[in-house]
Write a protein that binds this ligand. Sequence first.
Ligand code: CMC
Length: 422
Amino acid sequence: MPDTITITDDRTGKTVTVPIEGGVFPAAAVRELDPSLFIYDPAYMQTAACRSAITYLDGDNGILRYRGYPIEQLAEHSTYLEVAYLLLNGELPDAAQLTKWKQDVTAHTFIHENMRKRFVDGFHYDAHPMGMLVSSLAALGTFYNDAKDIFDKPSRDKQILRLIAKTPTLAAMAYRFSVGLPFNYPDNALSFPANFLNMMWKIGDYEVDPRLERAMDVLFILHADHEQNCGTTAMRVVGSSHADPYSSCAAAASALYGPLHGGANEAVVRMLSEIGSMENVPAFIDDVKSGKGSRLMGFGHRVYKNYDPRAKIIKQTAYEVFEVTGKNPLLDIALALEETALNDPYFVDRKLYPNVDFYSGLIYQALGFPVDMFTVLFAIPRTVGWLAHWQELLGDKDQKISRPRQWYTGVDARDYVPVAAR
Ligand code: CMC
């Protein structure tokens, strides 16, 4: 079979033949055919907007790899900071590199006092922590004038360290503010996940349980990257205008905030609470199918047409967490929903399976996080994915400022009519 595709413009008879590489052919072929011709592809369903060497995703077979390493192996053996290094640098660190990397991240966990006193303290008392995080990320950039030096590698590396290290601090700060508790400063003797849990929960003699610390780390690993999802695409689009990485991360976090993206974990727990008991599951599923109710949140994915591999690991992690915290009573409803949906032709025919958000909220709730914090917990580790893509984008000679075209469907030219004559 030839590895080419031939497109003919029936209007002119002009033909263009281009290579297919990795299942992709260049849209430049269309330009060659007729520069005024555009492809209509809402939501970029058939569009590869970049080349990327970071994350491999095979949605039909439920495979996810970071830099070639299966997600299952990383979740079992690695740590979030090691994975962050891998995503950014392409290779796992050796022992000396890992030690230095951990020290470098740890050195940046504190945030400027004015950020807390003048910015975070200015939010309304019931501000949503994700809204606070989005705006705090943008505001953080104003503390670092060197953030604009995006083509200076040492400066770029420093902003990357700052963003990875400070996002958990901002997240914990947003939570403590929302419940009126004093802010806990980072404790840099702790690991990355333990430091975050400590900033969240420390009151009196609180100590992080190592099993929960590990669970948090596993969740961070699983959420670190997921190729060209909505948030990462936002990061790349804003980054393509050469905005600083704080502004770009704020855009990515805004995209993540939506209930069809990272906000789904929050929506899942709200949905499970509304269902209330296992007896109500069949009626709920009927409403989903008839379109009377909402979608089954935590189910379905643009790319996975199989079980999301992250959901499998998260489901297992949930049981491990519940051994420490006690079982989340919503688990039984979730299991009943999953079983019902996986045996129902509506979901089977549409290849709708549990995604990463279906079980993660149950763990977060068991760990004590209010639902408002769930998307924030997604954003903390995803920061490194956004930054790895931003870095890749800046080094990609094929990239220019993102600027799609449109299919204009409005009215043709007409003359203005003064208001008195309308
Ligand atoms: N419940 C019920 N029906 C669904 C669902 C669902 N969760 N997801 C998709 N469908 C149906 C949809 O109605 C459509 O049916 P029909 O062909 O009869 O019109 C069909 O399946 C295809 O749906 P789509 O909207 O064209 O699929 P999409 O690829 O555009 O959407 C999705 C992907 C994730 C937005 C969608 O599955 C969804 O809304 N899921 C619920 C929200 C959710 O869990 N989001 C988290 C996504 S994973 C993590 C992340 O990205 O942050």
